[in-house]
Design a protein around this ligand. Structure first.
Ligand SMILES: [Zn+2]
Length: 67
């Protein structure tokens, strides 16, 4: 039995084992890939928006006055 380096991941949709050789990797099938895309499109995965406005309001505290 030859030692073969194979990457295996679980399909993020149905948790089925998928090898890197799979054309739909990391999904087990085109169906699961579509489901995942649909999740993104419908906003199931929400990326928290970062309020960059507050950046300027934060005072730069310097540790220099410690000594
Ligand atoms: Zn799947």
């Amino acid at each position: 039995m030859p030692r073969k380096r194979s990457i295996k991941l679980r399909c993020p949709i149905c948790k089925k084992l998928v090898t890197a050789a799979d054309p739909e990797f990391p999904f087990c099938s085109d169906r699961c890939r579509s489901i995942d895309l649909g999740k993104w499109a419908s906003g199931a995965y929400v990326i928290p928006s970062v309020e960059t406005e507050a950046d300027e309001a934060i005072p730069q505290s310097t540790p220099e006055d410690e000594d």
